[in-house]
Design a protein around this ligand. Structure first.
Ligand SMILES: NC(=O)c1ccc[n+]([C@@H]2O[C@H](COP(=O)([O-])OP(=O)(O)OC[C@H]3O[C@@H](n4cnc5c(N)ncnc54)[C@H](O)[C@@H]3O)[C@@H](O)[C@H]2O)c1
Length: 447
């Protein structure tokens, strides 16, 4: 269906990923496989999700992809950058997420996806090194080369639109400094080769300068910088971040809001993980782990609001550990021990043992973020897309706004944004009209 608010999704959509490792190649493989009808795009809202429209009595449901215009899988082309020269088939084989039986039927297509040379700085990612790296006069020159890559990719692949989703390794933790405040300071720092400009920031800058919507799938700082958020606003480019919400944090944002809704107290939440993929190896570096830890720890604090509920959450001990353990590969195992207390302070415990597959959980998020950012761009949305918080561990908001971590509220926000774009009434779930009550102003909103 075409919405009057949204431009149609004509022509080809290029999805570019800095980083062509486990997540990126699993994403590409899943789309190629779905295109051939071999597997279903499970976990993707834009492919399989429905949305309710109008009052419950109207019994109207639509597939999201029929309600608003999205790129068809047939019209999506992939590209990326990596420090290794492996094509997507080789990289997917080495990542060992997918089995031969799933890779062989799409070998030809995956083999054609060759990584462009990367902008890389070992100061930000310590445990890996590779040969496929750009050389340049300075960081500004390197960012210009990335811009040229985007233009070339678009032309050579006959794309109408491009989106970029960061699937590169987690970089070292950095706090925003003076060079990140304004675009003038940022560009001067690029030219001066400032050590405070990470490669991910250069990809983000290149994307926004080329009018390409950008999502940050890792916890390190890039699109969150004040200068880049402002640049995105000024250039009319939608952005989203940060850190794909998968595995343990996904569970946390499902369980914690539920416990809080029933005002059950929490005295401790101990989370530990083992994983053996390259991401896990990079996270052994304390600087990269710091980025991850900040992103993972923030979730509970924001959901539980200890300042408002000191008796329930004021003394919460929250610990997060990630251990690199090679035999597990991409199949992460996470353990959560949650010490809770109820009526009259009596203690109870919850144990969650999640044997998940990291990249299997992350791949549909890459597809949805790319599709929704492209939709946002065609709808004239610009700057921070808070309605995409649903997919992210550290949701990016306008400065001063508290992020929303509760998965169900995030879903409502996303769905209402889609209804808004499709000129359908918003739904607030009040529901009193069905029982004959006057809802006053609220009745203007569906329920
Ligand atoms: N899988 C998940 O569930 C999940 C969840 C949240 C966040 N993430 C994040 O997603 C990212 C990708 O995860 P993964 O499992 O695919 O990791 P991976 O190590 O398999 O792949 C990352 C790739 O990025 C490349 N790379 C590093 N720096 C680069 C640069 N500057 N330019 C281009 N390429 C670069 C590496 O060579 C590697 O091939 C990581 O940052 C990870 O923390 C993953």
């Amino acid at each position: 269906m075409q919405s009057p608010n949204v431009k149609p999704a004509t022509g080809r959509l290029g999805i570019l990923t800095p980083g062509m490792g486990a997540v990126s190649t699993t994403f590409m493989a899943g789309v190629l496989s779905a295109k051939k009808g071999l597997t279903k795009p499970i976990g993707s809202l834009t492919e399989m999700g429905y949305i309710r429209l109008g009052k419950r009595t109207e019994k109207r449901q639509s597939l999201i992809r029929e309600f608003l215009p999205f790129a068809r899988l047939e019209d999506i082309v992939f590209g990326g950058w990596d420090i290794y020269s492996d094509n997507a088939f080789e990289a997917a084989s080495k990542a060992k997420v997918l089995e031969r039986d799933h890779l062989e039927p799409i070998k030809e297509e995956l083999s054609k996806i060759k990584p462009m040379s990367a902008v890389f700085d070992p100061a930000f990612v310590k445990n890996i090194s590779g040969p496929n790296i750009k050389k340049g006069k300075n960081k500004f020159d390197l960012a210009e080369q990335l811009r040229q890559d985007i233009r070339d990719f678009k032309k050579n692949n006959n794309c109408e639109r491009i989106v970029m989703v960061w699937c590169g390794s987690t970089e070292a933790h950095l706090l925003p400094g003076a060079e990140h405040q304004t675009i003038e300071a940022f560009e001067a720092a690029l030219k001066a080769n400032s050590p405070n400009i990470a490669p991910s920031m250069m990809y983000t800058y290149a994307a926004i300068m080329e009018g390409v919507p950008y999502a940050n799938g890792a916890p390190n700082l890039s699109v969150e910088l004040p200068c880049l958020m402002k640049l995105a606003e000024d250039r009319g480019v939608p952005i989203a971040g940060s850190d794909f919400k998968t595995g343990q944090t996904l569970m946390k944002t499902i369980v914690a809001p539920g416990l809080k809704a029933r005002l059950l107290g929490i005295s401790g939440w101990y989370s530990t993980n083992i994983l053996g993929n390259r991401d896990g190896e990079v996270l052994q570096d304390p600087d990269s782990f710091k980025s991850k830890e900040v992103s993972k720890l923030g979730v509970l604090e924001t959901v539980l609001e200890p300042e408002k509920y000191p008796d329930l959450y004021g003394d919460l001990h929250h610990l997060v550990k990630i251990n690199y353990y090679r035999p597990r590969g991409d199949n992460k195992e996470g353990w959560d021990n949650i010490d809770i207390f109820g009526w009259m302070g009596y203690p109870m415990q919850i144990k969650i043992n999640f044997l998940c597959r990291d990249s299997i959980l992350a791949a549909p998020i890459v597809l949805d973020l790319a599709q929704f950012l492209d939709l946002a761009s065609r709808s004239g949305f610009k700057g921070v897309q808070e309605w995409l918080s649903f997919y992210l561990k550290s949701p990016l908001t306008k400065p001063g706004l508290k992020p929303e971590h509760d998965l169900q509220i995030q879903k409502l926000k996303l769905e209402n944004t889609l209804r808004y774009l499709g000129r359908e009434e918003l739904i607030n779930h009040l529901g009193l009209t069905y029982y004959g009550y006057d809802e006053g102003d609220a009745s203007k909103i569906g329920n």
